[in-house]
Design a protein around this ligand. Structure first.
Ligand SMILES: O=C(O)C(=O)C[C@H](O)[C@@H](O)CO
Length: 255
């Protein structure tokens, strides 16, 4: 049995825009609905959402039948979590708040088996279809994707060195955390935050890597895509359900 190719990783390497949706509700059913939307990738969030390893596995299973790359955001940069989630079949990982190139190198090492890395070895797991993908251990990095979030001034300052680390696929701006860290909470549109976002984009592009961002407002997403961001989350289940239900009820209340 062959491992399914990571078509999002391949498309990004060719500079193609890949549209994503954020899954924050911790629900396999909702994630399954999102997966059927035609998006290229989903982000199952285990940082700010009520998710654990088993609820993430349930969502990975729900996405399974769709031709969508299911990425998982870990709650923190932690090699044990990298191992556990990768073994569970999360091969595209987003790591929050990466600040230095050395940290990026450690993250890459945590995703790789020796001699390049330190990932613990298990013969059979969900990632290799319980031992059925025979060449999994030798070839795992080929389909893995590491998406490192840049969310603070230090990360912005070091973005070029982080992007240059072999094994890093995407620099992903967290506009909420970055703007908060830069003294502009709720205002990622502030000039100094936009300059920082632009410098992360340039750092990624100069290193031949993809740049990503979460942009649930349509106009923002269109602008970021026009600027050159190629890994863009254009909406979230939480926002779609909350704002959609708000608007529906408001429509009937106003009469
Ligand atoms: O800093 C950000 O913005 C992000 O990383 C996304 C947030 O965590 C959040 O909006 C996800 O629901």
């Amino acid at each position: 049995m062959q491992e399914r190719r990571n078509s999002v990783k391949e498309a990004l390497a060719q500079g193609q825009t890949q549209l994503g949706l954020w899954c924050s509700l911790g629900s396999a059913l909702v994630t399954e609905v999102m997966a059927g939307s035609g998006c290229d990738w989903l982000l199952i969030d285990a940082e700010h959402s009520p998710n654990d390893l088993l609820s993430v596995v349930a969502q990975l299973q729900a996405v399974g039948a769709d031709d969508v790359e299911a990425c998982v955001r870990l709650p923190e940069d932690n090699p044990t979590l990298v191992k556990q989630f990768m073994d569970a079949g999360a091969r595209s990982l987003m790591i929050p708040n990466v600040k230095t190139a050395e940290q990026a190198r450690q993250i890459v090492a945590s995703a790789r088996y020796a001699p390049e890395g330190v990932r613990g070895f298990s013969v059979g797991h969900r990632a290799n279809r319980f031992g059925r993908v025979k060449d999994y251990h030798a070839n795992a990095p080929r389909n893995q994707m590491l998406i490192l979030q840049i969310e603070c001034k230090e990360g912005v300052a070091n973005a070029s060195q982080i992007a240059a680390v072999e094994g890093v696929d995407v620099l992903f701006v967290g506009p909420g955390d970055l703007s908060t860290n830069m003294g502009a909470m709720h205002n990622a549109g502030a000039d100094h935050v936009q300059q920082a976002i632009g410098s992360v984009l340039k750092a990624a592009q100069d290193a031949g890597k993809a740049a990503g961002i979460l942009a649930p407002m349509q106009a923002d997403a269109e602008r970021y895509i026009a600027d050159g961001f190629t890994f863009v989350a254009v909406g979230a289940d939480l926002g779609l359900v909350a704002r959609g239900s708000d608007a529906l009820i408001a429509h009937f209340r106003k009469g």
